[in-house]
Design a protein. Structure first.
Length: 215
């Protein structure tokens, strides 16, 4: 850990849930472990079996499940922390906070962070997506996380396959699938429009630090 400078934020993003952000983020993290970095899995939104298999195969033990302790993470003095779904709230056992607020603390301690969030979650991005469907979000992620990210990895997963995954029921439980918002968000034309807007924004505003990962 470099305590004399701010850590680097590596953002894994896409246009909709289910693109594979968390999977790729963890896969990249264990590669850093193989290079000798001290990594901590701070928060993963759900227990994806395939993600757990990656951790087991690379001898990475999850120290936290469902909720994490920022205090304990800092005590491990990691080089890199994985923090899923940075727009979520109430996952820190130590205090009520958004995940992105704890990411800010980690970065200020000189710790690198791998974090995930869909592009429409950021405060200056959401109004652009809302124009497509009229669907907004209750709380957004401060824009400076996107603007100051060291690297942005966009997971590009085909809208047709995303739609098929949604219809198959592998992405969400029945209650979520049946919600009007999810039904609207996962219409094929909506997914295509979301993807197109993401690529337009990222390639225009963040090309210098953008990686497009094709699935």
């Amino acid at each position: 850990m470099n305590s004399t400078s701010r850590g680097k934020l590596y953002l894994f993003t896409s246009y909709a849930p289910g693109a594979g952000k968390s999977y790729l983020m963890v896969e990249r993290a264990v590669l850093q472990k193989a290079k000798g970095k001290r990594i901590i899995i701070g928060f993963l939104n759900s227990d994806h079996r395939d993600i757990d298999e990656i951790l087991i195969d690379h001898h990475v033990r999850r120290k936290f499940h469902k909720k994490y302790s920022l205090r304990k993470i800092l005590e491990f003095h990691p080089d890199l922390v994985v923090m899923d779904e940075m727009g979520m709230r109430g996952r820190n056992r130590d205090r009520k906070s958004f995940v992105y607020e704890d990411i800010e603390i980690l970065l200020n301690h000189g710790i690198d962070v791998y974090a995930s969030a869909n592009l429409k979650r950021f405060e200056q991005m959401n109004p652009k997506f809302k124009q497509i469907t009229g669907i907004g979000i209750r709380s957004s992620i401060p824009q400076h996380f996107l603007d100051t990210a060291y690297q942005i990895c966009f997971i590009d997963y085909g809208p047709e396959q995303m739609r098929a995954d949604f219809q198959s029921g592998i992405l969400f439980d029945k209650e979520e699938m049946d919600s009007k918002i999810m039904q609207k968000n996962f219409q094929l034309e909506t997914l295509k429009a979301y993807r197109s807007l993401c690529l337009e924004i990222l390639e225009k505003q963040f090309a210098g630090k953008l990686e497009i990962y094709q699935r």
